[in-house]
Write a protein that binds this ligand. Structure first.
Ligand code: PEP
Ligand code: MN
Length: 338
């Protein structure tokens, strides 16, 4: 259930409503849009008399949220959530572009990539230091040394850093270096990890699990949000279907209009993992922007043939610059900025 307060509601009227809900065993969460405070009720309290709550001074309306996800829902926050990662606004009119290699491999590789993607107009730098690899014999990432290289690349370019954290015990360490904590597809339902990044109060890029429904994704976001961390980006990165012969995954373009309708959170497209084939990344990126994505995350590498992970889907740096030009055109065509 949510309680929407009047824009003129006084702090004591808001406190009274919170006290009434909490005395009935509910947990309360506050959000605000257009000057209206919205109080979300969670948990297993006593049933409340909606009519009586609606009559309390300062209350504009009460609504029951029928979806399982509450804090992530549009009803809870009718306006789009916009937050800043350093000085980059996420979820606003401007399409954000996060670019960089799948894995941080060396100082030269990450610095060259960072400078090139910045030059081309990217707004954040990605790179994995802890890699969730299908095979334990594959490159597992440089660990903290990789995080330090990312921090150096941020120093050199000003680009905020997006990097994956795989374990709750590593959240504190990764949070020292990262501006955005990425939760990988394989960890979307690692609830201990979701709680840990919720508590870390850092922006989170939450990737859709490879067999997760949109509701599963929104429920995973709910784990982060319930700790008062509202800085969550949802990320469509393709799902597993029967057809994996020509593409790595099946990219779900439906996710953009649906998630934007169901939730107030920013939605990011990952066409690199979505299709997994370098020459097809561009059309999927552009169609994501057309479908309502708030941003893109793109793998780019100075020499994709030599990449230690995801080379076949990584763009060369000139290809990334070309893509950026087309993203600008598409953003304008759909009334966004880039
Ligand atoms: C990645 O971003 O390199 C990655 C491992 O992504 P995903 O979790 O979507 O597979
Ligand atoms: Mn990758």
């Amino acid at each position: 259930m949510i309680i929407v307060m009047d824009s003129e509601a006084t702090p004591s009227e808001i406190d009274n409503v919170i006290a009434e809900a909490e005395s009935n065993g509910w947990q309360t969460h506050l959000s605000g849009s257009s000057g209206n405070v919205v109080i979300g009720l969670q948990g297993h309290g006593q049933p409340l008399d909606l009519f009586k709550m609606g009559q309390m001074p300062g209350v504009r309306e009460t609504m029951s949220i029928t979806q399982k996800f509450k804090l992530a829902s549009r009803a809870f926050s009718p306006e789009d959530t916009v937050f800043n990662v350093r000085d980059v606004p996420v979820g606003g009119k401007k399409i954000i572009v996060i670019a960089g290699p799948c894995s941080v491999e060396s100082r030269e590789q990450i610095l060259e990539t960072a400078h090139a993607v910045k030059e081309a107009g990217a707004t954040m730098l990605r790179g994995g230091a802890y890699k969730p690899r299908t095979s334990p014999y594959s490159f597992q990432g440089l660990g903290e040394a990789g995080l330090k290289l990312l921090a150096e690349a941020r120093e050199a370019t000003g680009l905020p850093i997006v990097t994956e954290v795989m374990s709750p015990t590593k959240v504190a360490l990764v949070a020292v270096y990262a501006d955005v904590l990425q939760i990988g597809a394989r960890n979307m339902q690692n609830y201990d990890l979701l709680n840990a990044v919720g508590l870390a109060q850092k922006p989170v890029l939450l990737k859709r699990g490879m067999s997760a429904t949109l509701e599963d994704l929104l429920m995973a976001a709910e784990y982060v949000l319930r700790h008062g961390n509202t800085q969550v980006m949802l990320c469509e990165r393709g799902v597993r279907t029967f057809d994996n012969k020509y593409a790595r995954n099946t990219f779900d373009i439906n996710a953009f209009p649906l998630l934007k309708e169901l939730s107030h959170l920013p939605v990011i497209a990952d066409p690199s993992h979505g299709i997994g084939v370098r020459r097809h990344v561009q059309p999927i990126a552009l169609s994501s922007v057309a479908a309502g994505a708030d941003g893109l995350i793109i793998e780019a590498h100075p020499d994709p043939e030599k990449a230690v992970s995801d080379g076949p889907q990584s763009l060369t740096l000139p290809q990334f610059a070309t893509l950026m030009g087309k993203v600008r055109t598409m953003a304008t065509a759909v009334g966004r900025e880039s």
